[in-house]
Design a protein around this ligand. Sequence first.
Ligand code: NIG
Ligand code: FE
Length: 428
Amino acid sequence: MPSSSPLIDLLITHAGQLVTCASDGPKRREAMRDVGLIVDGAVAIRDGIIIDAGESAALAARYRARQTLDARGRVVMPGFVDAHTHVVYAGDRVNEFEMRIQGATYMEIMAAGGGIVSTMQAVREASVDQLVDETRKRLDAMLALGTTTVEVKTGYGLSVEAEIKLLEAIARLDQTHPATLVPTFLGAHAVPPEFKGRTDDYVDLVVKEMIPAAAAWFETSHFAREGTPFFCDVFCEAGVFDAAQSRRVLEAGRAHGMIPKLHADEFENLGGVTLAVEMGAASVDHLDVTPAEEIARLAASNTVGVVIPAVNFNLGSCHFADARALIDAGAALALATDINPGSAPCPSMPMVMAIAARYQRLLPAEALNAATLNAAYAVGLGDAVGSIQPGKRADILILDADDYRHLAYEFGANPVAAVIKAGQILRL
Ligand code: NIG
Ligand code: FE
């Protein structure tokens, strides 16, 4: 090989299927069925960034590599992006799981003072260290299952002080855990007990005190220095925050530099999709009961629709978001776990793909694009992660399979054989 060939840090060779998910924007409609497959593919990596992807023979001739990793015919693909999580929390809600098995619904438990508010009590009592320790284990599990980028919401503090504590924990984890975390402020996740029956007063607190405090915190954080986006989200739901209250929060967030996101149509339709699209939200999430006219509105927008079938599965429901209709209408569809102690104690994107294939009729290719490329756009990182393309971060998985469709076809075991994060081969 000529010594003038460029020197790279890592060359991954002989991917039986190199699944690139390459695209210059989120995928829609038929493009969702194309995973950008290269047979006997290779990826060239320098300084943690992908600099080339193509056929093994071509790349081996083009580069001198300090290290070569032979994928031995297996699938090589982008790391998963989990676009919607509440992974920072304390304690668990296994007692509520039993209540639901015996017939109580998620919203009944919440209305009776359990649910999000019970996790709030545990979070208010926890130190940042405790939150970090408990969450680190979950992030380890997610990383081992292939998730390399994680959106993380606050929303279990519900006071100025406790919401900032959650942001601190998110920042600490981003700096000390291999996964990349993207922060979302979700002060309007539930009404805390001290504001029971006074939702508008709580919204005042969120708008006038929490959002300015969160924005000030963000400005001095490493996230701002590194150019990470900062989102603002609301649980827009009957009995929680209505559309007008949600709009107030998102507008205040936007005035402080936060990009809107919204929980909409998880149980009842309040027009959340229309609001999210109007606000130019990065994503609108859940979409379990979104009517056809709002699906059309979403499809005509740049807002990504995130569906979360792990919640329906966990709540024992046979009703799922109509992901098929969303794709067919032309919406940019993403998948997420929603990992949280109540509605989805699930760290696994492969499991989410398996559920989406069976109950939402997504082809494995559609589920894969939704769990990588489109999810990256949902968290404002479409230019940085989510596909194997030159210029993107080298967050890459090797699967224990020679066909990517095994990802959705098999379920229950971990299909990920190796995780490469920013060019580093991790020992998990
Ligand atoms: O996305 N719906 C609101 N938030 C979460 C649930 C959080 C919890 O139950 O603790 C969700 O489902
Ligand atoms: Fe959520």
